[in-house]
Structures are given as structure tokens and as C-alpha cells.
Design a protein around this ligand. Structure first.
Ligand code: GLV
Ligand code: MG
Length: 305
């Protein structure tokens, strides 16, 4: 079973920008993260830590999943980020996002540090989850071990911008097909690799940002591809992207209704008729059909359809 917090839309909020933090409280996203990493200039890192802790403690986030993205482990900032956030707002943060994860030992490091902080601060053991960003070639090559590295893991998150840079992709538009590649989806392998590692370990798979923030149709097209494969959600950077993400990662009403009909028909078939295969209209249903319908039904119920 895949971790159950809803993450259709995951809003990226620079931790150093109080205006954006305030605005984020009003957006209908499933989840958000306050960023201490790439959206914060090096000179602002310390101040951002304090703003992020204050914003979490202030509350006003409703039922949204509350996360903080700390800096990557090839910087000098990570341990202080983790200590500041987990000690300062440990009861008000659901997950830490670790960016640029290249190996399982990095996730284990974060798990261990969180375990110590939870003990020292009297927090419930294991209450702070982890999301791991896969955003370079090494991370992708090691994604299976990364996905299995800690029971705190809730999601693998694709980082397209860093990933495109890491593999020397000949493109400047994040999330779009690289010019000249006209034989399919250049990201299919990457997305599937992340999705397989996530699902094999009961984790969610989250697609990364689309940077042409005013082009809502292009965002929808990009989101539709990973949603079709099975991804649970996508980062959003702008209010224009929020509804599109919430809609794209939920089933359509007709599919949801059909899924519930399949579940009812199959339940009736197995319990009343004592049959493992049954017809619903022109469609033959068996146990595998029930499982497929359950996926759509769960997503639809979570979306309030
Ligand atoms: C996100 O962190 C990205 O690199 O795309
Ligand atoms: Mg990145």
C-alpha cells in the first residue's frame, strides 16, 4: 500500500520570502514545502531558517502536508537546517525533503539525526517523514537502495531541472522535450525508474516543477504524462498551476464513478454469486480489475469526488 497523505499539488515556497509564505496559506494545495535550498540565496540561508520555523509554529496551514526542503549534503548547511527545523518546529512539520540524494547512506544519515532530535525533544518517535529528491544520474542509478533506506520515507520526488543539468541535456526548458528529440518522451525512462522504485517500496512518486509558470496548458500537458503513468502529484510554483495539478492527479468523475461501479459489481459477484469473474456491461471483470478500480477509487475518494 502506498503512503496515504495527499500530494496532488505540492507548492514550492521560498523560505526567505515572507510575502510568498503568507500567500501560500491561502492556496488550495494538498501540500507545500518551505524551501531552504535552491530558492534561497546563500547570504539568506540563516535568516530563512528562522522564518521557516516561525511560519510553521504560527500555523494556519489547515490540513495541508507541511514540509521543509533542507540543503543538500554536499553543502555546509544541511545539519543546521535539520536541527533548526526539527528542534524549533518538530511538532508542526510533517516531512523534510532531502534534495540531490545520491545514495541510501544520505537518507540513513537524516533518519538517524531525526531520531536523536525526536528523542531529545520528546517528540513522537518517527513522526517526521522524509521525501528524497532524485535529481542526478547517481541518484537515479541508486534509486532502488535510496527508496528502501528508511521507514520514514514517504515519497520520491523527481527534480527535472537539476537532473537535466546533471546529464548534460541539450535543453533550457525544464519539463519540455529537448529540441531535436522527436522519437518519443525523453523523460519516460527517468519517470518510470523513479515510479518503480517508489512503488516497490510503498512510496509515493511526485513529479517536479514546470518552470514556464504562466503557461497553464503546457503545465497540464506535462502533468498529464506523469499522472498517466501513476505519479501521485507534481510541484507547483504559481497559483495558475494549482487547479491543474489537483485535477490532473485525481481521476475524472466518469472514471471514478465507473471504478466504484466495478467495485460494487465485483463485491456482489464474489460474495453473493461466489464467482471470481463476472460481466459488467461489455466488460469482463476479475480480481485484477478490482485492484485497478481500487486505485482509481482511492484517488477519487481522496480528492472528494
Ligand atoms: C527541483 O529541485 C529541480 O531541480 O527540478
Ligand atoms: Mg533541484
Amino acid at each position: 500500500m502506498v503512503a496515504s497523505r495527499s500530494r496532488r499539488s505540492v507548492l514550492a515556497v521560498p523560505g526567505s520570502n515572507p510575502r510568498f509564505i503568507e500567500k501560500a496559506r491561502g492556496l488550495p494545495v494538498d501540500a507545500f514545502f518551505l524551501d531552504l535550498e535552491d530558492a534561497v540565496a546563500p547570504s539568506e540561508k540563516e535568516g530563512a531558517r528562522a522564518s521557516v520555523v516561525a511560519a510553521l509554529n504560527e500555523g494556519g496551514w489547515g490540513g495541508r502536508v507541511r514540509a521543509v526542503r533542507v540543503n543538500a549534503l554536499d553543502t555546509e548547511w544541511t545539519y543546521r537546517d535539520v536541527i533548526a527545523v526539527a528542534e524549533g518546529a518538530g511538532a508542526h512539520v510533517d516531512c523534510l525533503i532531502l534534495p540531490k540524494v545520491t545514495g541510501a547512506e544520505q537518507v540513513r544519515w537524516l533518519d538517524l539525526l531525526l531520531t536523536q532530535i525526536e528523542r531529545a525533544s520528546g517528540l513522537e518517535p518517527g513522526r517526521i517523514g522524509i521525501e528524497a529528491q532524485i535529481e542526478d544520474a547517481r541518484g537515479l542509478v541508486n534509486v532502488d537502495e535510496i527508496a528502501a533506506a528508511s521507514p520514514r520515507l514517504e515519497a520520491l520526488v523527481y527534480g527535472p531541472a537539476d537532473f537535466m543539468a546533471s546529464i548534460n541535456m541539450k535543453s533550457l526548458v525544464v519539463g519540455e522535450q529537448p529540441p531535436g528529440y522527436d522519437v518519443g518522451d525523453a523523460y519516460h525512462y527517468v519517470l518510470m525508474r523513479i515510479l518503480m522504485a517508489a512503488r516497490a517500496n510503498g512510496l509515493q512518486a511526485i513529479d517536479g516543477p514546470y518552470l514556464q509558470v504562466r503557461d497553464a496548458d503546457a503545465f497540464r500537458r506535462s502533468a498529464a504524462r506523469s499522472a498517466a503513468l501513476g505519479f501521485d502529484g507534481k510541484w507547483v510554483l504559481h497559483p495558475l498551476q494549482v487547479d491543474a495539478a489537483n485535477e490532473t492527479y485525481a481521476p475524472g468523475q466518469a472514471d471514478y464513478d465507473h471504478a466504484e461501479r466495478i467495485l460494487d459489481a465485483y463485491e456482489h459477484a464474489t460474495t453473493v454469486q461466489r464467482r471470481g469473474a463476472v460481466m459488467l456491461g461489455e466488460e469482463m471483470l476479475d480480481e485484477a480489475s478490482r485492484k485497478m478500480a481500487l486505485v482509481i477509487a482511492h484517488k477519487g475518494r481522496a480528492a472528494g469526488l
